[in-house]
Design a protein around this ligand. Structure first.
Ligand SMILES: [Zn+2]
Length: 138
């Protein structure tokens, strides 16, 4: 059983990941207990190179994208994903604090297993729109 403070949130698990410096079997088990199938999918997404980091020039602004089965999803690290699982189960029902895309991004970044794509700042808006997001001014 997991006890409180032992890494039952995405932030706690991420902190442990960085403290232990690798995805130990024990930590892997914790992730699996908390996130179940979401964790399995995240591992698969990382292994299949579905995590992308867009770096925009010259601003240096970053967008993380996880390629899903049907579409691409926009991730704000550890906080938000544009998928319906995140909306329904994290925002509305508050059942779980991350979808598999958010987990995949964390694992990919930690393992250095993601692809970096460079784009111009002009493309930022069109990429954002492509993802069906409402663009908010900074
Ligand atoms: Zn998601």
């Amino acid at each position: 059983m997991l006890t409180k403070g032992e890494g039952i949130s995405i932030k706690g698990l991420k902190a442990r990941l960085h403290r232990e410096k690798r995805l130990t079997p024990e930590l892997r088990e914790k992730f699996r207990k908390v996130y179940g199938l979401r964790f399995e999918r995240a591992i698969k997404a990382v292994a299949q190179h579905n995590v992308y980091k867009y770096v925009f020039r010259p601003s240096g602004r970053v967008l993380w994208i996880v390629v899903g089965r049907q579409k691409d999803y926009l991730i704000y690290p550890d906080m938000y994903c544009s998928c319906s699982d995140f909306y329904l189960n994290s925002v509305v029902r508050k059942k779980v604090d991350a979808c598999y895309h958010i987990l995949a991004r964390i694992l990919a970044e930690f393992l250095g297993f993601y692809d970096v794509l460079y784009a111009s700042d002009d493309e930022y808006v069109s990429l954002f729109n492509e993802l069906g997001e409402v663009l908010k001014a900074d």
